[in-house]
Design a protein around this ligand. Structure first.
Ligand SMILES: Cc1cc2nc3c(=O)[nH]c(=O)nc-3n(C[C@H](O)[C@H](O)[C@H](O)COP(=O)(O)OP(=O)(O)OC[C@H]3O[C@@H](n4cnc5c(N)ncnc54)[C@H](O)[C@@H]3O)c2cc1C
Length: 216
């Protein structure tokens, strides 16, 4: 089911120099989604934006939370400047959920590869799987061109709590074998590079679950 809801912004915080997190209160709205899905966020723009007033964002919060959170990379676009400026309580429109970057219905070994902001859909899945003590074995290969890794402290903490979850921050993917399902997310250019590395390791099309962020 696709919902159309209006919800207030209740939180905004910097995760690092380039990434900001925003949270919305779902109030009494019904909004069922699966960990790893995305929404379309519509704003009343305070600044002009030739690309309009709607952008897609993956949800980073767990489906069990009544706060729906997103994280985005800062830019000078009118849309993001508006998102950084609107005051707490301002209503925004959210349409969704969309996307197939979700856990499989069968037990499978899961390998996630995230580059920078590509962590967003993975974060929702890892939070949910850890909280619900799901049986999936998940390894996250995570890197960011030498920059600080967003949410790495939380991920390290989840690694301690959830013995079936591991984080590997080596870009070479040298310890990766070709088995299991491969979840790859992030800006298009980064996703294409990662898929090429994985194809060379013998991963096949049917093993990939991909979320490509257009717009970067
Ligand atoms: C399925 C899906 C999921 C996604 N999930 C996420 C997510 O979780 N997090 C996330 O951050 N993004 C996500 N995206 C991408 C997101 O929707 C935006 O396209 C992206 O964040 C770029 O938006 P923007 O407003 O910064 O840049 P755009 O307006 O699209 O512009 C592109 C670039 O031009 C530059 N630019 C634009 N306007 C100006 C201006 N006036 N002056 C100077 N420079 C300018 C900006 O620096 C920007 O880098 C997702 C996309 C898809 C399709």
């Amino acid at each position: 089911m696709i919902y159309n809801i209006q919800v207030p912004i209740i939180e905004r915080k910097a995760i690092n120099n380039e990434i900001v997190e925003v949270g919305f209160d779902l109030l009494n709205n019904e909004f069922a989604f699966k960990a790893g899905q995305y929404i379309k966020l519509e704003l009343n723009l305070l600044y002009d934006d030739p690309k309009g007033n709607v952008r897609e964002f993956n949800i980073i919060s767990s489906p069990t939370s009544r706060k729906l959170s997103l994280a985005f990379k800062l830019s000078d676009s009118g849309f993001k400047r508006t998102l950084c400026k609107i005051t707490k309580g301002t209503l925004v429109s959210i349409r969704g959920p969309f996307g197939n970057f979700i856990l499989p219905t069968y037990d499978a070994e899961i390998k996630m590869v995230a580059h920078g902001i590509g962590i967003t859909p993975c974060l929702s899945i890892i939070r949910y799987a850890s909280e619900m003590r799901l049986g999936y074995k998940i390894t996250l290969f995570y890197f960011n061109d030498g920059y600080e890794l967003p949410y790495i402290n939380e991920l390290r903490m989840l690694e301690k709590i959830n013995k079936r979850f591991k984080v590997d921050t080596s870009y070479s993917l040298k310890d990766a074998d070709a088995f299991g399902l491969w979840y790859v997310s992030g800006a298009r250019k980064n996703v294409r590079e990662l898929l090429n590395i994985l194809y060379k390791k013998g991963v096949r099309d049917s093993q990939f679950v991909v979320e490509e962020f257009t717009g970067y």
